[in-house]
Design a protein around this ligand. Structure first.
Ligand code: ADP
Ligand code: MG
Length: 211
């Protein structure tokens, strides 16, 4: 009998069913470390290599804790690229399938007007690239007053691509009573200082690279 399966987290049936249909039978190491802490709503800084299962590590607790009835976005995931925004939206949608979680990707080079209409609908989770997210916040087409979770995914890539100022500008627009989780393969000094500035006693998790 395994002591490291998803049953340990006492997730709702809607989420465990989704994990079964995705054939996620055992949590990866980063998921074993992140899920219990995120479910307790603690801030997190996670250093873990590509392919270690970070998306589900934040998507599972977020989907679990989302209040379906609330129409305004409760979670914002910032990603450095539109491909990653689309991927995270898909993963979040799959994990939240039976709970009917609505996740929406918003990124540049796509109709702002169409996104504006989509953002008027029910959205539990918004996933997007920093420039376009900031644009929607500044134009008043994305209201984040009900936000409970902020995820900064691939933070080192954000830095490399010059998005850190935009990420910071977005953070200053968010409610301070929120959970913040930052994921990165490396933690350069600028990312460390961002964490010190905007997180509340974050738990640091580092997964050693294998192979
Ligand atoms: P990372 O963000 O760390 O680069 P991903 O979240 O993209 O990694 O996950 C890498 C791959 O592993 C994806 O194809 C995902 O579907 C798969 N995966 C994640 N968690 C599990 C799990 N618990 N069991 C099986 N496959 C998983
Ligand atoms: Mg990832």
């Amino acid at each position: 009998m395994s002591h490291n399966n998803f049953q340990n987290y006492k997730l709702s049936t809607d989420i465990t069913r989704a994990l079964s249909s995705l054939e996620y039978n055992l949590p990866t190491e980063v998921q074993r470390k992140v899920i219990p802490i995120a479910l307790k709503k603690c801030d997190l800084v996670v250093k873990s290599q590509t392919g270690s299962g970070k998306t589900a590590a934040f998507s599972i607790p977020i989907c679990e804790l989302i209040d379906w009835e609330e129409n305004k976005p409760q979670a914002l995931v910032l990603t450095p690229t539109r491909e990653l925004a689309v991927q995270v939206t898909e993963d979040m949608t799959n994990i939240g399938r039976y709970k009917r979680i609505k996740a929406n990707a918003i990124y540049g080079k796509q109709s702002f007007a169409r996104q504006k209409l989509e953002l008027k609908q029910k959205n539990h989770v918004v996933v997007g690239t920093p420039g376009r997210v900031l644009d929607h916040i500044q134009k008043g087409t994305l209201s984040l007053e009900r936000l409970n979770f902020l995820v900064v995914d691939e933070a080192d890539e954000m830095l490399n691509m010059g998005f850190i100022d935009q990420v910071e500008a977005i953070i200053t627009e968010l409610p301070t009573a929120r959970v913040t989780m930052l994921f990165s393969a490396t933690l350069p000094p600028d990312i460390e200082s961002l964490c010190r500035k905007y997180m509340k006693d974050p738990v640091h998790i580092e997964i050693q690279a294998t192979g």
